[in-house]
Design a protein around this ligand. Structure first.
Ligand code: MG
Length: 300
């Protein structure tokens, strides 16, 4: 099942995608629940309730797609350096404030992005070159938690996954390197493109799903979720050991090699660049970068 959050006639709805027919069918959710986006479906499933009935089809050309969970209830959990090849390229970049601990982490590195950083497919990633000059992309398979819990064991962890989406973990490398905690560099406004769709858990083979990034059509990242250092069950066990996970929690699982910082010299995003992150079975999430400082200068 592939679902999305979108606006029709100004109202937020959550619906089932039929790509072949070119339409979505909104679920009959009360407005209060629809405002939560796909989180509402994860919550219903977690409570063992059936999904609401589907309404009449709406053409894709008549909707404005939003992020599947437009405003998560709390920070997006993220895993750092979770593919070997990326851990190596990042540690050797000189921007890794955690490098002293070694290139490849022995336990998952967890950080977060603030909920307000989430944007939809097609919305601009807004950098401000007077604040952050080294903006980078990171394609990440992203977990949406269904049934919450604390002390979840690896063997049970996948029972707590409602589904998956894509996050582009946009990062200001200069800010990430300047502060030993990564939150500022990761949480700039608009730095969490999410979507375009969410899929239920059975749609994704965690052992073999391709993840890719293209910048202006040029492929930069090409890897597979089977190469994660810490797999999804391990991440869930680690997080939930002392933090109660809630339905609708979002966990970005890390990015493979090929980010801008990995090139010599680095290839950061600049004004006008179009970055497309793709995961097989979910779709392609495309956003254009806008440099606010440059636009302001041009307007003077
Ligand atoms: Mg990341």
């Amino acid at each position: 099942m592939k679902v999305g959050t979108f606006r029709v006639d100004g109202e937020r709805r959550v619906g089932l995608l039929d790509a072949a027919e070119g339409h979505v069918r909104p679920f009959a959710l009360e407005r209060f629940h629809a405002e939560r986006g796909v989180e509402a479906l994860a919550r219903l499933t977690a409570e063992g309730l059936p999904l609401p009935q589907l309404g009449d089809p709406v053409a894709l050309s008549d909707i404005v797609l939003e992020a599947p969970i437009p405003r998560p209830r709390r920070n997006i959990f993220c895993v750092g350096k979770n593919y070997y090849d990326h851990a190596q390229e990042f540690a050797s970049s000189g921007f890794d404030s955690s490098a002293a601990a070694g290139a490849v982490p022995k336990v998952p590195i967890i950080f977060s992005k603030v909920p307000e950083s989430v944007i939809a497919a097609g919305e601009p990633i807004v950098m401000d070159s007077s604040v952050d000059a080294a903006v980078d992309y990171e394609v990440e398979l992203t977990v949406i938690i269904g049934r919450g819990g604390r002390g979840i064991k690896k063997a049970d962890a996948l029972d707590h996954v409602w589904g998956y989406t894509i996050v582009n973990d946009v990062t200001a490398r200069d800010l990430q390197g300047r502060h030993s905690q990564w939150l500022i560099g990761k949480s700039q406004d608009t730095f969490c493109p999410m979507g375009p769709w969410a899929v239920t858990a059975e749609e994704i083979d965690l052992a073999a799903t391709r993840v890719q990034t293209f910048v202006n059509g040029e492929q930069r990242q090409d890897s597979n979720t089977g190469l994660l250092i810490f797999d999804v069950p391990t991440i869930i066990e680690t997080l939930s050991a002392g933090i109660t996970l809630l339905p609708g929690d979002v966990i970005a699982t890390g990015t493979p090699a090929g980010v801008g910082i990995g090139f010599k010299p680095p290839r950061y995003l600049g004004h006008g660049d179009v970055v497309r992150v793709e995961i097989d079975g979910i779709g392609a999430l495309e956003n254009r970068l806008v440099d606010r400082a440059r636009e302001a200068r041009a307007a003077d």
